[in-house]
Write a protein that binds this ligand. Structure first.
Ligand code: NAD
Length: 495
């Protein structure tokens, strides 16, 4: 058996890039190559302006990609040479996009596995020695079996493949913390001797930095379903608290107090219990619709309806939010300027996929409002793309400063919970329910080589992402409590 010397990550997106950076960082004797068919993305990964914003990501990429003279050779590479990287790899992570199908059978629900199949066929075509292929993308149950069959049918003579499922649980905005200190690493394998051997070899890679008791092996279908189930449960909590928020608003109860009280119950816990305008991101809706589709395919209509209702409540929450803005502003937004603070689907990311901001801003435009948008990490063109508008549309102003967005606004709408938009102390949770203690130590250990005495956490190293403008949140963040809005306006601030 070849030792694992070379790892390839197919797909240099929000999962592939950060995962590759962390593996390369924590396993310095392994060569890690992240490949993508999108050459713009690869060029960005090779520059100082990474295509993905995540706190601390740039620092980890720079150490492994550029090396440290006299101390550390580069072991992280970004490339469009997919075939070459496949040939060289002992272990291949497939982390390509698996969006919801937009046409054909299962449109609007089933996952489009076209990219995954293309990557799998390419591996079969190029690999010239035994290779472990890891399904990192989120997929429906049974996909690993399909991958195994495709690989077997198309393998070069004498080449064996073993497919594992290793779903990714990182959350955008905290990806580095999640990857360095995961709650668990899940490895699903076929229940054969070769399957278990492959799982152990992957576990050895993670054991470079993850405690062994957090690396869990199980059957491959359980691993695939666990990822969909986790996202469904997380989204279900958000829809539950959002549904409760509408009862609060109708009764005079305060959702923050209700959420705090519920979260103190150790069986419930405090996380993912903040009411909001609704969940966004590329995963929650997609994965729940996938689960709905699986349930329908298995002839379990009641189960399908249950999960679908989580998405329906989310849509209801977004519509309710816009309705509330219109109601509060005397039933008309015509020619009123609305400042929108935050466009990403959550804080600490530049990702706007399925962001609630998109549908809220579209509804504001339908009401003939003028919308001024500020987000510290979302590029201007991205905002126009998401809204399906040309960049010269006069109804939208994209501002590089939150004060400009709020100037003369009739209302300020806070759609992303960036820290810079808040000057309120959050209610603290008792320490016994607090965050895991070891992330900062792990990050310091990862970065200490290059920090030359600086503290990576308090120095807030955060660079390396091209947001299209230079403002970045941090010590100099403006306090929006003193925003220069007209004294009689905004009519209200919603959050
Ligand atoms: P992404 O769209 O950001 O990145 C996917 C990349 O794969 C793209 O850059 C695309 O060009 C590339 N690609 C597609 N087909 C390819 C091929 N044949 N060869 C080489 N490159 C190819 O997607 P993402 O957000 O990184 O998500 C990837 C997968 O991980 C999805 O299945 C998603 O559900 C899952 N996931 C995402 C997150 C998240 O927070 N984004 C978290 C956990 C799991």
């Amino acid at each position: 058996q070849r030792a694992i010397k070379s790892i390839c990550c197919i797909g240099g997106g929000y999962v592939g890039g950060p995962s590759g950076a962390v593996i390369a960082n924590r396993a310095p004797s392994t060569k890690v190559t992240v490949v993508d068919v999108n050459s713009d993305r690869i060029d960005a990964w090779n520059s100082t302006k990474l295509p993905v914003y995540e706190p601390y990501l740039y620092d980890l990429v720079a150490i492994a990609r550029d090396g440290i003279p006299g101390q550390r050779e580069p072991n992280l590479f970004f490339s469009t040479q997919v075939d070459e990287a496949i040939r060289e790899a002992d272990l291949i992570f497939v982390g390509v996009n698996t969006p919801t199908k937009t046409s054909g059978l299962g449109a609007g629900k089933a996952s489009d596995l076209g990219w995954l199949e293309m990557a799998t066929r390419r591996i079969a075509r190029c690999a010239d020695h035994d290779t472990i292929v890891i399904e990192k993308s989120t997929v429906p149950c049974g996909t690993a079996q399909d991958m195994q069959e495709i690989l077997k049918a198309n393998a070069k003579p004498g080449v064996q493949f073993e497919v594992l499922s290793n779903p990714e649980f990182l959350a955008e905005g905290t990806a580095i913390s999640n990857l360095l200190c995961p709650d668990r690493v899940l490895i699903g394998c076929f229940e054969t001797e070769s399957g278990r051997t492959a799982a152990n070899r992957l576990a050895d890679v993670y054991a470079n930095w993850v405690p062994k008791d957090r690396i869990i092996t199980m059957n491959i279908w359980s691993a695939e379903l666990s990822k969909l189930a986790s996202n469904a449960l997380l989204a279900q909590r958000i829809s539950s608290i959002n549904a409760l928020s509408s009862i609060c608003e109708a009764t005079g109860a305060n959702i923050e107090e209700v959420s705090y009280a519920c979260g103190l119950d150790t069986r419930i816990g405090p996380k993912m219990l903040s009411a909001s305008v609704g969940f966004g991101g590329s995963c929650f809706k997609k994965d729940i619709m996938n689960l709905t589709h699986i349930s329908e395919s298995l002839n379990l209509p009641e189960v399908a309806a249950y999960w679908k209702s989580v998405v329906e409540v989310n849509e209801y929450q977004k519509n309710r939010f816009t309705q509330q803005i219109v109601d509060t502003m005397h039933s008309t937004l015509s020619r009123k300027k609305i400042a929108v603070l935050g466009f990403a689907y959550k804080k600490n990311t530049g990702d706007t996929r399925e962001s609630a901001a998109i549908s809220v801003v579209r509804s504001l435009l339908d009401e003939n409002a003028i919308v001024a948008i500020y987000d510290p990490k979302v590029r201007r063109n991205q905002i126009f793309d998401d809204l399906k508008l040309s960049t010269d549309d006069q109804r939208i102003q994209v501002c590089s400063d939150p004060y400009d967005a709020c100037e003369d606004a009739h209302a300020v709408v806070i759609l992303t919970e960036w820290d810079m938009f808040s000057n309120q102390e959050k209610r603290t949770t008792p320490a016994r329910l607090g965050k895991k203690p070891d992330f900062e130590a792990a990050l310091r250990a990862s970065l200490s080589d290059t920090m030359r005495g600086k503290d990576p956490i308090s120095d807030g190293l955060d660079s390396g992402y091209d947001s299209g403008h230079s403002y970045s949140p941090g010590a100099s963040s403006p306090d929006l409590g003193s925003a220069h809005v007209r004294p009689s306006t905004p009519d209200f601030v919603v959050q």
